[in-house]
Design a protein around this ligand. Structure first.
Ligand code: URA
Length: 248
């Protein structure tokens, strides 16, 4: 109950828990005082706070610290997938990864069952920033590479195909490291960008997706709910205004 109400934008998780415990929330005309009560889909359009109807949804927004050696997929016949890090009670609720990380790439991977938001966050149209910490072999990052990447480089690594990339930013992080921010999500994009400059990626960690970062204690394989502020920030990042009615 508290998650659904908070996701609907009428208050923070802490606020709505307080309202529920205080008897302000009803579902199908019945007062609910347990914030952890399960609300059936069929009752979602009959939720009220202090007698005012709230438009509710079962949307979920999660952030996984993806470990190495797993596929960004919910099933595969041969390889380990991110499915094992999703709590069982959330499987079957239609959640899907927002974009993908390669098998060996680690770090921030979002999941949601809000299809419209997922679509917007994945679309290059919205220029969503994604930042990576990279270790590579090859020459240190030099000013030519910085300006090449800043001006929008051209990839010619696929037969008969020329891909023009959006401008990105890169900063050196020691002789064999860099931080790179890209605003689209082409397949193996960071690896291909560095390969085009004569470098080979050894490890790739996404530390930021549209401002969403791992918490300091979030270990590999740990998944957490996004906070209300994070969900709001994601929606703002892709011009997707909160569709709920602010009631209180
Ligand atoms: N770029 C890559 O090359 N791989 C990833 O997993 C993400 C971005």
């Amino acid at each position: 109950m508290d998650r659904i109400l908070a996701n609907s934008g009428c208050g923070t998780r802490t606020e709505v828990k307080k309202w529920i415990r205080s008897g302000f929330v009803s579902v199908g005309g019945q007062i609910i005082t347990d914030p952890s009560a399960e609300i059936p889909e069929s009752n979602l359009n009959d939720v009220s706070v202090s007698g005012q109807k709230v438009r509710c949804s079962h949307f979920l927004y999660l952030c996984l610290n993806k470990p190495d050696r797993c596929l960004t997929a919910l099933e595969d016949t041969r390889l380990r997938t991110v499915r094992e890090f999703i709590p069982v009670h959330l499987l079957g609720k239609g959640i899907a990864p927002v974009g993908r990380l390669d098998y060996h790439t680690t770090g921030v991977l979002l999941f949601t069952n809000d299809g419209e938001l997922n679509h917007r966050l994945s679309s290059p149209k919205h220029h969503i920033p994604k930042s990576y910490t990279v270790r590579f072999s090859g020459p240190p990052i030099d000013p030519e590479t910085v300006s090449l990447i800043a001006s929008g480089m051209v990839l010619r690594d696929r037969p008969g195909k020329k891909e023009i990339l959006s401008p990105a930013t890169i900063g050196s992080d020691g002789p064999s490291g860099c931080q790179i921010t890209i605003y689209e999500g082409k397949t193996h994009q960071v690896k291909r960008m560095l390969a085009a400059t004569g470098r080979s990626v050894i490890s790739l960690h996404r530390h930021d997706f549209a401002g969403i970062r791992l918490t300091s204690d979030q270990k590999f394989g740990q998944i957490r709910d996004l906070t209300e502020e994070e969900i709001d920030a994601l929606k703002n990042a892709c011009g997707f205004n909160d569709r709920s009615e602010k009631l209180i």
